[in-house]
Design a protein around this ligand. Structure first.
Ligand code: DP6
Length: 324
């Protein structure tokens, strides 16, 4: 017997950047994301009664050291919830079109939460899966669901979970990843966001920005207004990145090519193409636009970044789980 789960990654349109409780992984603010169809993780979990430790592999490579202990800490929560103390064998495959550096902990922990909990005999609701995934990685809270998803920050373990705003996004919203650098990030999001919470004088203002952006973004979604969604997402991303520059010590995830991409999208926008950008804890840029403008945006970006480094993604589905 084994359980296999598939979870898609998500990109935040209103970012999560900071925890209030690091142990329970409660965020400082709400956040809102789009699940993507092109990037996902398949994870197979098997109960292994003969093993005295958990075994992990990702894309066929054994996982050891710090990454393995983070996974064990997570599986300990599953063991505690289920009352089943057996260890697991976990095999994960990240599906990304190239080694794009876009596979994130979001799809990984969402898939692991779903596969491990089912394999341990639990039958959790999607809300409870979302709460469990949160304990592995904040952004994984949202990857249980498809489409546009909201994570309520909550006040405790019970109340901090995600839920879909709309799982079927049928108004032309599309995202294009510009792959700029595939190397591992220098400052992990976990460390980076904590530094921002503790040292950026702008952090209190960020809480207000997000509260305001959540209201505006949900209105733009209700209006099915792709242009407004993009505009708000870009503004929110720039303000999140101001929290890295204003931390002590200050740092940035931007590389030169990140700025090049931002300028190019700005100039396309000035020429009347409705396109916007967002960036996460790395140098890659994601373009937000209406699918009718895809060819025009591609034609402008391909000569500079190369067509193979442009990956178009549609809104993606929520988690699937099956037992073999
Ligand atoms: C910039 O979810 O990777 O992508 O909770 O510490 O695992 P941990 O961090 P993670 O941070 C994601 C940060 C972000 C914004 C977002 O996804 O909302």
């Amino acid at each position: 017997m084994a359980t296999i789960a598939r979870a898609h990654t998500n990109i935040a349109l209103v970012k999560y950047w900071g925890k209030k409780d690091q142990q329970l992984m409660l965020p400082q603010t709400d956040s809102l994301s789009l699940t993507l169809d092109r990037f996902y993780t398949d994870t197979t979990v098997t109960l292994a009664p003969s093993q005295s430790v958990d075994h992990y592999s990702i894309n066929g490579q054994d996982v050891t050291g710090r990454a393995a202990s983070r996974l064990t800490t997570f599986l300990d929560i599953v063991r505690q919830l289920s009352g089943n103390n057996t260890h697991f064998t976990v095999e994960s495959t990240n599906h990304v079109p190239t080694s794009a550096g876009l596979a994130s902990s979001a799809s990984a922990f969402a898939a692991l939460a779903a596969a491990a909990s089912r394999e341990a005999g639990l039958n959790l609701s999607r809300k409870d899966l979302s709460r469990l995934a949160r304990r592995g990685s904040g952004s994984a809270t949202r990857s249980i669901f498809g489409g546009l998803v909201e994570w309520h920050r909550g006040v405790d373990d019970e109340t901090s979970f995600a839920e879909p705003i709309t799982e079927k996004v049928e108004f032309g919203l599309e995202m294009m990843a510009i792959v700029i650098d595939t190397s591992k990030k220098k400052v992990s999001s976990r460390h980076g966001m904590q530094l921002s919470v503790e040292t950026s004088p702008f952090y209190p203002a960020w809480r207000d920005v997000v509260a305001d952006d959540m209201v505006k973004m949900k209105r733009a979604i209700a209006d099915r207004n792709v242009d407004r969604i993009g505009e708000l997402a870009q503004e929110n991303a720039l303000r999140m990145h101001a929290l890295t520059l204003s931390a002590n010590p200050g740092y940035t995830y931007f590389e030169e090519k990140t700025i090049t991409a931002m300028r190019l999208i700005d100039s396309l926008h000035q020429q009347g193409v409705s396109c916007y950008y967002t960036m996460d804890a790395g140098p890659n840029v994601k373009v937000i636009y209406h699918r009718r403008d895809r060819e025009q945006i591609m034609a402008a970006l391909a000569p500079i970044f190369g067509a193979t480094n442009l990956i178009v993604s549609q809104p993606g589905p929520g988690i699937t789980v099956r037992q073999l």
